[in-house]
Ligand binder design. Structure first.
Ligand SMILES: NC(=O)c1ccc[n+]([C@@H]2O[C@H](COP(=O)([O-])OP(=O)(O)OC[C@H]3O[C@@H](n4cnc5c(N)ncnc54)[C@H](OP(=O)(O)O)[C@@H]3O)[C@@H](O)[C@H]2O)c1
Length: 273
């Protein structure tokens, strides 16, 4: 039995689906099982990651846990108490920076450190920028002009399904214990490259416009706490995060290359109409 946290999210949903497909018994964790849609064959179970004691039932009698970063470290003790022996933690590239002054890196580093200190078997999965972040541009894509910051910053964007494929392998085999995996897509793309590919694949005119930093900052402040806005500016204006280096992890672990951005857009074309 394997528990998947974030099972209604971009990555967890795919982890759940892949494990069910592989014949595993899966509990899909969500705060609200009545409202959640989880892949067929998985059991939706209630639990709040911010309240580790609420996870006791979901974790009871399970062997492995797919976990997200940024939640209380007591979760790892709860897991151990319930019998879990292997945890696959999704953090991100910023966990590699060691920069605790950056609020995003800090929560990822803290989660990784707490897991390493727990004594449980661990695998860290460190994805770079998700292709699904493109949905943040949805209304702009429909309007034909995408105005987004950091025109010169490339990222080897990754399909969450490929992150999930790596995580699913690590959840069922001791082979990946003690490893921290950078997970990237096959090519580094600037925002303008991604917009060009969107236009080519969707077959219509979509233009990219570089958004000035001050305008981007004001927009982001309306959407998230200032410490996270500062964190993203430190990554992308301050050059503190390298998301451009391409790693062979997906192919090495799953036996097939990661999806290209063009293929991801094609598979999600309906969402962009
Ligand atoms: N986007 C990127 O470019 C990027 C890059 C690197 C790393 N990451 C990391 O990826 C993670 C997001 O993953 P994602 O995109 O797969 O998720 P997502 O689609 O944003 O969905 C969030 C998931 O977390 C669950 N969740 C949120 N709060 C919870 C709580 N208190 N208790 C239990 N479950 C909770 C939600 O479940 P319910 O609502 O059903 O409870 C949902 O399944 C973040 O931790 C982020 O730091 C993102």
């Amino acid at each position: 039995m394997i528990v998947v946290a974030g099972a209604t999210g971009n990555v967890g949903r795919e982890v759940t689906r892949l494990l069910v497909e592989a014949g595993e018994q899966v509990r899909a964790l969500t705060r609200d099982p009545a409202r959640a849609t989880v892949p067929t064959g998985a059991e939706a179970v209630a639990g709040d990651l911010n309240d580790p004691s609420s996870l006791a039932r979901a974790l009871a009698g399970t062997e492995a846990l797919f976990m997200l970063s940024g939640y209380p470290p007591e979760i790892f003790a709860e897991a151990e108490k319930a019998g879990v022996r292997r945890i696959v933690l999704m953090s991100g590239g910023s966990a590699e920076t060691g920069d605790r002054s950056n609020a995003v890196a800090q929560y990822m580093i803290d989660s990784e450190d707490a897991l390493r200190a727990s004594g449980l078997a661990w695998t860290m999965v460190r994805p770079r920028m998700f292709m699904t972040n493109t949905f943040q541009w949805l209304s702009q894509i429909k309007a034909g002009v995408v105005r987004a910051p950091w025109p010169q910053v490339p990222a080897a964007v990754i399909d969450p399904a490929d992150i999930a494929a790596v995580a699913a392998k690590a959840l069922v085999s001791a082979e990946h214990e003690g490893h921290a995996y950078p997970v990237t897509g096959p090519e580094a793309l600037r925002p303008g490259d991604r917009v060009r590919i969107l236009a080519e694949v969707l077959g219509r005119e979509i233009r990219y416009e570089a958004q000035p930093d001050d305008e981007a900052r004001a927009q982001m402040l309306a959407e998230m706490p200032e410490k996270y806005v500062d964190a993203f500016f430190s990554f992308y204006s301050g050059g503190k995060l390298d998301e451009a280096t391409v790693f062979p992890t997906v192919e090495e672990i799953t036996g097939r290359p990661p999806r290209t951005f063009a293929a991801w857009v094609r598979a999600n074309a309906e969402r962009f109409q």
